[in-house]
Ligand binder design. Structure first.
Ligand SMILES: [Zn+2]
Length: 459
């Protein structure tokens, strides 16, 4: 038995904090004790010394690229970055694996490899690509993946990957109708393919290779149109829809409006959309390049309002690092889209959201763990500091200031546009299923293979 004493936790009763002692039996929380310290023979006692103790964060959108593009990232480095960022469970995307996770055999092959590598727990997205759809056995493949416990099915209206192609809107209707019948969730990369491709072609023909051209090729209404299409199909088919990495505030508002009218829709945004705008992309170039593109300052301001009010459900990192060479090919069109994110997601939102008073403590916990846990059916064991849940915690020293240095990140790709930023709130320890997996002094304290696959539970 492990005792974590003097932990400051969120008190759900009055949206304040309280000091508790947490009893851990093996991998599970056995009790949360208020008042006097429990007197029992503990094998180990950790004194949290009044530090803030949050549920381990869940990062519901990462690309750890194993097996596949492991020159960019792999599950060892990615999961170590997660652990250092207070994340105890990641949900890995199917599309940057080779082969992509579009049927049960490919799922099994991936699971076998990453099971030896992860230092944090993980769930997996399945996917339906244009490639798998047109191969004509996609319904059976979806069934097989649902049965092994994927959290949902990722799809694209616009894709940059030949191994995981887009679905045409009418194909997406078929997939979402089938998903609705099966009662499974569809995740959508929502951008208007025709609009983006036409604009890109015009700009490239005009000899534009600058960052502003990339912004112009994908600025709204590109994402707004994609979201509109997804939302319309969700409303028509009754399929549960999750829109990934929302950067368009008008798109977010449109989806939220449809949810109020009964559609089963959730949204995530990412810290790069909260922090950066087209001005940063134009000034700093590819280091801020993502897909969808960062939008305007007005979009960021509105996204902040929506994440604090609950309109946007939760955060994800869309962790997708690469080498410096891939970020500097000489043309904005071929420079890689994406950045490392899982190690900075919780620190960023803690500092810029909670410390600056934009998010309450309970909302911070919701956007970094509880809401995603509920949506993906992991809330039978993840996302709460409560008896019976997994003993997943992150200890935060709330007032400590520190500076982001890319060279200290655990990811393979360490180029971050947050370089040099000062954050308030330092992660000092991460515990997963009762085991310390990261400490500020000492770093990663567990071996690859510790992480377990977490199935989507009964909903
Ligand atoms: Zn992604």
């Amino acid at each position: 038995m492990l005792l974590i004493k003097n932990a400051t936790v969120s008190s759900c009763r009055n949206n304040d904090k309280e000091c508790v002692h947490i009893v851990v039996d093996g991998a599970k929380i056995a009790d949360v004790v208020r008042g006097e310290m429990p007197s029992c023979d503990f094998d180990k006692i950790i004194d949290a010394d009044q530090l803030l103790v949050l549920p381990g964060a869940i990062d519901p959108h990462v690309h750890f690229d194993t097996p596949g593009y492991t020159e960019r990232e792999d599950f060892i480095h990615g999961s170590q970055a997660a652990a250092a960022g207070g994340v105890t469970c990641v949900i890995d995307m199917p599309d940057t694996s080779i082969p992509p996770v579009t049927d049960r055999a490919k799922f099994n092959a991936k699971l076998k490899i990453i099971d030896e590598m992860s230092v944090v727990d993980y769930a997996l997205w399945g996917g339906v690509s244009g490639n798998s759809f047109r191969a004509n056995s996609w319904q059976r493949s979806m069934q097989g993946l649902r049965d092994v416990g994927v959290v949902g099915f990722k799809t694209y209206l616009l894709s940059g990957m030949h191994t995981f192609d887009h679905l045409f809107p009418l194909e997406l209707v078929e997939v979402m109708r089938h998903a609705g019948d099966m009662g499974v969730l569809v995740g959508l990369h929502a951008e208007d393919r025709d609009l983006v491709q036409t604009r890109s072609a015009v700009l490239r023909t005009a000899g534009r290779f600058d960052p502003k051209a990339y912004y112009e090729s994908r600025c709204d209404p590109a994402e707004l149109n994609g979201i509109r299409q997804g939302v319309a199909i969700a409303s028509e088919t009754g399929c549960a829809l999750h829109i990934v990495h929302v950067g368009s505030s008008e798109g977010a508002k449109h989806a939220i409006y449809s949810r109020k009218n009964g559609a089963d829709i959730t949204l995530e945004t990412c810290i790069h959309f909260l922090e950066f705008s087209n001005d940063d992309l134009i000034e700093r170039g590819s280091i801020v390049k993502t897909a969808p593109v960062v939008k305007t300052k007005k979009d960021s301001d509105t996204l902040w309002k929506l994440i604090s009010s609950g309109g946007i459900d939760y955060l994800a990192s869309d962790h997708a690092p690469c080498s410096e060479a891939e970020k500097n090919t000489g043309s904005i069109w071929t420079d890689y889209s994406g950045m490392p994110g899982t190690e900075l997601m919780l620190p960023y939102i803690f500092s810029e959201g909670y410390s600056k008073g934009r998010l309450t403590l309970s909302r911070l916990i919701d956007v970094t763990s509880m809401a995603a846990s509920r949506r993906y059916g992991l809330d039978y064991r993840k996302g709460r500091i409560e008896k019976g849940f997994d003993a997943d915690f992150v200890f935060v020293d709330p007032d400590r200031k520190w500076i982001v240095e890319g060279r200290n990140l655990h990811s393979k790709g360490r180029m971050t546009p947050f370089e040099g930023r000062e954050f308030t709130g330092k992660i000092v320890r991460t515990i997963c299923r009762g085991n310390t997996i990261y400490e500020e002094v000492g770093g990663i304290t567990t071996k690859p293979g510790f992480g377990e696959f977490i199935k989507r539970g009964p909903s």
